[in-house]
Design a protein around this ligand. Structure first.
Ligand code: HEM
Length: 439
């Protein structure tokens, strides 16, 4: 099963031996450890001939074990789902597993998601103050304002019985939130439409970046986003009030380009993710409505549990690629410098050994509210370690502000329940047409 040509490509040889942490009670060095099980070239060829998706390929890889690999032409991709190994990659040794040639770099430039080294550290430190603890309080008015607007929209819709796209409403809400936080004002429907270019980008970017592949031509979409960002920066610069985060960026950053990149980053990372999570949550509630009453009885804890279970089943950022800079050992298997290492909360969160009946939506399951006995790497919808999500607290605040208002008051009735599309995010494959009914 294991292709020898793949093992050779690791380039692990004499003189590259290094002591590594313990797995299973004994020290393993990278030259002694076996290569992870690999998908046979015949299976890969079948997959290719059948025009399968990257998700289908990775599902086959994942079935081989908690650390397994597939050869992608010149490079190996190693899929890692074992919690301890995930923690090792993302949290303990981020210097050995780095973000490289990020899929979003052409759009996000030097923004905090794609930056590295000292610039990343400085940007992260600045933004962290605003997205955690006391800092987040500054945004409460903005979040509540957007939640009020979304709730009024559903109030009106519940009166008319019109069919709406719920996914669109949720996307509008999330964009309105981040827009108000950045600029101090509500987003306009025109800006929302212009920023729909983000959807096209998510659909077109490669799920796994392969060195040497030509990037997709997203020039027109990038240009549309650029135009919105530049116009907005000019407007905010000209306005006397300093209410939004954009004013902070304008003061703190040296170049206009960096401000532009950071604004694009926060719009990109900050709205589609929360909107998609809320869309999944409503899809689950539509299929199993009793969880709504269950959550309402428990107040804020119930809403938190709905979100946590939704993010277990559909962690929006379902695949986090890293580039291995040196040889290493993961769960007893050898990983070679140059490999693409893929951590995937999607596969970990659906491991039946960690999460019994993994495909069932059970907001009451143990270990959602506290650390899983298998460690932090068993549940990580927001990533782990220094590059973990900047907006995790923000997302919770944003989702709760909306759900506190709309969950008790309205019950959306969906006319269609699309399945998942595994692009760089995992999102419902189509719109969510439905009506809004008063509870
Ligand atoms: C349900 C909502 C969200 C999910 C599931 C999510 C998930 C993630 C994940 C998994 C990462 C780490 C990626 C990696 O390690 O490769 C990440 C990074 C990031 N997220 Fe989120 N995110 C969400 C919402 C947000 C929001 C609302 C914001 C901003 C307001 C945000 C801003 C960021 C930024 C800036 C990074 C990069 C951090 C860094 O590299 O230092 N995210 N997110």
């Amino acid at each position: 099963m294991t292709g020898a040509h793949v093992e050779d490509s690791h380039g692990v040889g004499a003189g590259m031996v290094r002591a590594v942490p313990y797995y299973g009670g004994f020290a393993v060095t990278s030259h002694r450890a076996p290569a992870p099980p690999a998908l046979s070239p015949a299976v890969v060829a079948d997959w290719q001939a059948g025009g399968g998706s990257v998700f289908e390929l990775l599902s086959l890889v994942n079935a081989l074990g908690p650390v397994a690999r597939v050869s992608f032409g010149a490079v190996d991709a190693v899929l890692v789902s074992q919690p301890e190994a995930v923690h090792h990659v993302l949290a303990l040794h981020p210097e050995r597993y780095v973000k490289r040639s990020h899929r979003l770099a052409p759009l996000l430039g030097g923004g905090v998601l794609t930056a590295s080294g000292d610039p990343w550290r400085a940007q992260r430190r600045l933004l962290q103050r605003h997205f955690t603890g006391q800092g987040i309080r500054r945004f409460e008015g903005a979040i509540d304002g957007a939640a009020e607007r979304a709730s009024l929209l559903w109030e009106r819709a519940s009166g008319t019985g019109e069919v709406r796209d719920l996914a669109g409403d949720l996307r509008f809400y999330s964009l309105d939130v981040i827009w108000r936080c950045l600029t101090g004002r509500p987003v306009t429907p025109e800006t929302y439409e212009e920023l729909r270019a983000v959807d096209a980008i998510i659909g077109a970017l490669p799920v796994v970046p392969r060195p040497g592949d030509a990037p997709p031509d997203l020039g027109p979409e990038f240009a549309r986003i650029d135009a919105v960002v530049e116009r907005t920066i000019a407007e905010v610069r000209a306005s006397p009030s300093g209410a939004g985060l954009l004013h902070v960026l304008l003061e703190a950053y040296d170049t206009e380009q960096l401000v532009r990149d950071e604004v694009a980053t926060l719009i990109f990372a900050g709205h589609e993710t929360t909107a998609t999570t809320l869309a999944w949550l409503y899809l689950f509630l539509d299929a199993e409505p009793h969880w709504r009453a269950w959550a309402l009885e428990r107040g804020a804890d119930g809403v938190r549990a709905l979100l946590a279970e939704t993010l277990r089943l559909y962690p929006v950022a379902w695949l986090m690629p890293r580039h291995a800079t040196e040889d290493d050992v993961l769960a007893g298997y050898r990983v070679g410098a140059g490999d693409i290492v893929l951590t995937s909360p999607y596969f970990t969160h659906r491991d039946p050994g960690l999460w019994p009946e993994p495909d069932a939506f059970r907001p009451d399951r143990p270990h959602l509210a506290e650390r899983h006995p298998a460690g932090h790497g068993a549940y990580y919808p927001f990533g782990l370690g220094p590059r973990a999500c900047l907006g995790a607290q923000f997302t919770h605040r944003e989702a709760q502000a909306l759900l506190e208002r709309v969950l008790p008051a309205f019950v959306p009735k969906l006319l269609d329940r699309p399945g998942p599309a595994f692009d760089i995010t995992v999102h419902p494959a189509g719109p969510l047409p439905g009506t809004i009914q008063r509870a």
